[in-house]
Design a protein around this ligand. Structure first.
Ligand code: TMP
Length: 211
């Protein structure tokens, strides 16, 4: 029987260095001989990536909060059931750039969608499936926004006010505080070397649980 792979998600506000750290995490796991894939949300499959484009494009039409929420979960259903679960069942580890914690943080904390609505869709789409480990890259929102602004044109989310991202950061930290065994907070405002070392240590710890 193949042992199910581990499902690890990376979360944080804009510009905290998730992409760099996911690459670093994947390299560390490969060095440990662990087979892993890297994917992201919204997106990860051709159809879910098409939904991502719809979600991120700046537009003049006001976007209803429920429309945004349902599209996030539509993309997630496709991604989870056609890519993530089959990989986990084959014993591969899955490193995912954002997952449902982002929905609680952005749509819940940021937009003010009631948590119960999000929890309802979480159960509908995921059943009992939750990430085994969540790596929360945490930095003051101003630091991250400066980095995001240097990357070029801002998407529909990046165009939001600082207060929106402050609520998102607070929601992430509250969720991490409520379940410390599953959430790992990485101080992301420090040097890239410090952050990378912390992430590498976490991957070694998760990997050593296998021994
Ligand atoms: P990214 O910039 O990290 O690739 O993520 C795309 C944007 O989508 C980012 O601003 C966060 C947002 N997002 C949500 O609002 N809810 C979600 O559930 C997910 C996965 C992402």
């Amino acid at each position: 029987m193949t042992v199910r792979g581990r499902f690890i998600t990376f979360e944080g506000t804009e510009g905290v260095g998730k992409s760099t750290q996911i690459t670093n995490a994947a390299e560390t796991l490969k060095e440990l001989g662990i087979d892993c894939i890297v994917t992201r949300e919204p997106g990860g499959t051709p159809m879910a990536e098409a939904i991502r484009e719809v979600l991120l494009a700046p537009r003049d039409e006001p976007v209803n909060d429920l429309t945004e929420l349902l599209l996030m979960f539509a993309a997630r259903a496709q991604h989870l059931h056609t890519l993530i679960l089959p990989a986990l069942e084959k014993g591969r580890w899955v490193l995912c750039d954002r997952f449902t914690d982002a929905t609680f943080a952005y749509q819940g904390g940021g937009r003010g969608v009631p948590i119960e609505r999000i929890a309802l869709l979480e159960t509908l789409v995921q059943g009992e499936i939750r990430p085994d480990h969540v790596v929360l890259l945490d930095a003051p929102v101003e630091t991250g926004m400066m980095r995001a602004r240097h990357r070029g044109q801002l998407d529909r989310f990046e165009q939001e006010a600082i207060s929106f991202f402050q609520r998102i950061r607070d929601t992430y930290l509250a969720r991490a505080g409520a379940e410390p065994s599953r959430y790992n907070i990485v101080e992301a405002a420090g040097s890239i070397e410090q952050v990378s070392t912390h992430v590498r240590e976490l991957m070694c710890k998760f990997g050593s649980d296998l021994l």
